[in-house]
Design a protein around this ligand. Structure first.
Ligand code: ADP
Ligand code: MG
Length: 265
């Protein structure tokens, strides 16, 4: 499980060390409706610094909606979200929302790379534009991150030339480039051919062992079991059960968790 290294390592100066129990992400009584469909029901969720949380549950249970709300990609209907102690009020003007949103790096199922940019350009675009760091520094950071995900030799290639596993590793490097407080992964390996899943999970495992704070929506139960510090099971818009991976997989308490695990394992 995640060790005690500081923060996500991107080669940039790190903030002062913070207390172990620091909460990076917290929701209080979060609700989300799409029309009259109640998709998130009173979600109380917290992620501590350096914690790796696996978010599991059947399709349609609200996992994506939850992490999209955390990143203000989706607007919660009621309740509160705090990122690093700052209240994420979706009604804030975008100008005030951006710096809070920037605290979280997002990795999607379908990579969402910019097709007209090379691998390196994809990685350094946001640091250049948003963080306005000098170009030579951005390039050095980009190269360092590409080395970290094992793609140094692909720096000048366009995404169309990459395999799905390589694209997803670029997407991870791109998320890291903004030096986020936490990384949110939404089924990062679900779109990949089976033989490419391992290389992406390996990168994620390395990040976890370095002490990155991560929320991972996944159907990879072995990964959840081996790498996460805590598993959260969602069903029908609710957090039904959460706990230690070993215990939750061996002896789920809730009937719905039991049924889900029986079907998936
Ligand atoms: P999961 O990620 O666990 O599969 P989602 O968060 O994607 O679940 O979806 C939860 C529920 O919300 C589903 O019933 C889904 O159909 C619905 N939903 C998700 N996004 C939208 C949307 N933009 N408009 C309407 N309904 C949505
Ligand atoms: Mg989803």
């Amino acid at each position: 499980n995640a060790s005690s290294h500081p923060h996500i390592s991107t080669g940039l100066p790190q903030p002062p060390d913070l207390v172990e129990s620091e909460i990076i992400i917290q929701t209080k009584g979060l609700n989300k409706y799409f029309g009259d469909k109640h998709v998130l029901k009173d979600i109380n969720f917290a992620v501590r610094k350096q914690e790796v949380v696996a978010l599991i549950g059947p399709s349609g249970s609200g996992k994506s909606t939850l992490i999209r709300c955390l990143n203000a990609l989706e607007q919660a209907s009621s309740g509160e979200i705090y990122i690093q102690g700052q209240k994420l009020d979706p009604y804030l003007p975008v100008k005030q929302l951006i710096p809070i949103r920037r605290e979280l790096g997002m990795v999607f199922q379908n990579f969402n790379l910019f097709p007209h940019m090379t691998v390196l350009q994809n990685v350094i675009e946001a640091p250049l534009l948003v963080r306005k760091i000098p170009r030579d520094q951005a390039v050095a950071l980009g190269e360092k991150l590409l080395a970290k995900v094992g793609l140094s030799e692909k720096r000048d290639v366009y995404p169309s030339r990459l395999s799905g596993g390589q694209k997803q590793r670029v997407a991870i490097a791109r998320a890291l480039a903004m030096q986020p407080r936490a990384l949110l992964f939404d089924e990062p390996t679900s779109a990949l051919d089976p033989e490419l899943v391992g290389e992406v999970l390996k990168v994620m495992k390395d990040l976890a062992y370095e002490g990155s704070t991560m929320v991972v929506v996944t159907h990879e139960m072995q990964f959840a079991r081996d790498v996460s510090d805590r598993v959260v099971f969602m069903s029908d818009g609710m957090i039904v059960e959460e706990g230690d991976p070993e215990e939750l997989f061996k002896q789920p308490k809730n009937k719905r968790t039991q049924l889900f695990l029986e079907r998936i394992l």
